[in-house]
Ligand binder design. Structure first.
Ligand code: AMP
Length: 295
């Protein structure tokens, strides 16, 4: 496995890989957990070469966000990458990615990037889109792997790739969870024991929301209100948003029919966590009032 820190070297490596050989790419901010590893493993299965980037991208963090204390664990990440038979870990420095007078950004317009996380974290998707366009240009991956845990990010990245005519296929993979349902996240390391226990309320709330839908509730306002009430029972949790949205546009739905996505963001103590769950509510043919749920 190679550890590459310079953009020029990464580009040289890529130039030597010729079709039909394929390059799979997993962009990350490091501090690996099983979620990252699931993406790496899929890339390893599907591609000839696997490149993993580790870069904590300052421009996707807002003021007062956790950029300064974001966990770093490069040596551990490198040894995990070796174990997973990654070909290249690309870990550029801040100066390498953003020269001192850096001034070019990718702004993703439209409601897809201004709603939910975009509304709560101003400039976040501009930072994400900018760093990914840079990374895609450096690595030129055939396939790029992302987690559905950051569902909105997947949609925004797909839009950027499509609208900038980039030659990479975005592959989204399911959220990996702890035993109690908590979605793995590098930020979980901020949680103390009590907070970690409290964090499971988010998954519990998603599961309950699904159950209520399964039992026939089709009014998203009621689902949102009951889900919020459930989360509020946990004193360490502070809700940012809970919404039932269209999984393609992220617009709030007025009626729960077909595919819907339940999304939420909340602080547990000082740590902001996000989670989501996709479901299909079908009206069964025999008993029209009942829903069957997939996923
Ligand atoms: P990050 O290092 O947090 O920027 O995440 C890098 C990639 O891992 C992103 O595509 C995330 O969506 C994905 N990821 C993060 N947590 C999980 C998880 N629990 N399950 C699956 N993928 C994840």
């Amino acid at each position: 496995m190679r550890l590459i820190k310079e953009i020029s070297q990464m580009k040289d490596y890529r130039k030597n890989i010729k079709a039909p050989q394929t390059v799979g790419f997993v962009p990350t901010m490091g501090a690996f957990h099983e979620g990252h590893l699931s993406l790496i493993r899929k890339a390893r299965q599907q591609c000839d070469k696997v490149v993993v980037s580790i870069f904590v991208n300052p421009i996707q963090f807002g003021k007062g966000d956790d950029y300064q204390r974001y966990p770093h664990n490069l040596s551990e990440d490198i040894s995990l990458s070796e174990k997973e038979e990654v070909d290249v870990v690309f870990a550029p420095s801040l100066e390498e990615m953003y020269l001192q007078d850096y001034s070019t950004f990718v702004r993703v317009g439209g409601s897809l990037s201004s709603t939910l996380e975009g509304a709560s974290r101003s400039g976040h998707f501009k930072g994400v889109a900018t760093v990914l366009v840079k990374l895609f240009n450096i690595v030129r991956p055939d396939f790029s792997y992302f987690g559905e845990k950051d569902y909105q990010q997947v949609l925004v990245v797909r839009k950027v790739v499509e609208e900038f005519n980039l030659d990479t296929q975005i592959i989204a993979l399911p959220t990996i969870r702890e035993r109690d349902g908590v979605a793995l996240s590098s930020r979980n390391s901020y949680l103390n024991k009590e907070e970690r226990k409290a964090a499971s309320i988010l998954y519990e709330a998603l599961e309950k929301a699904k159950l209520w839908i399964k039992e026939g509730e089709r009014n998203p306002f009621i689902i949102v209100s009951k889900t919020k009430d459930l989360i509020k029972k946990e004193p360490l949790a502070r809700i940012d948003y809970v919404a039932v949205v269209d999984p393609e546009t992220l617009e709030k739905v007025e009626d729960i029919r077909g595919e819907v996505l339940i999304v939420l963001a909340a602080k547990i103590g000082k740590t902001r966590l996000i989670d989501n769950s996709l479901l299909v509510a079908r009206i069964s043919k025999r008993r029209k009032k009942e829903f069957s749920i997939e996923r």
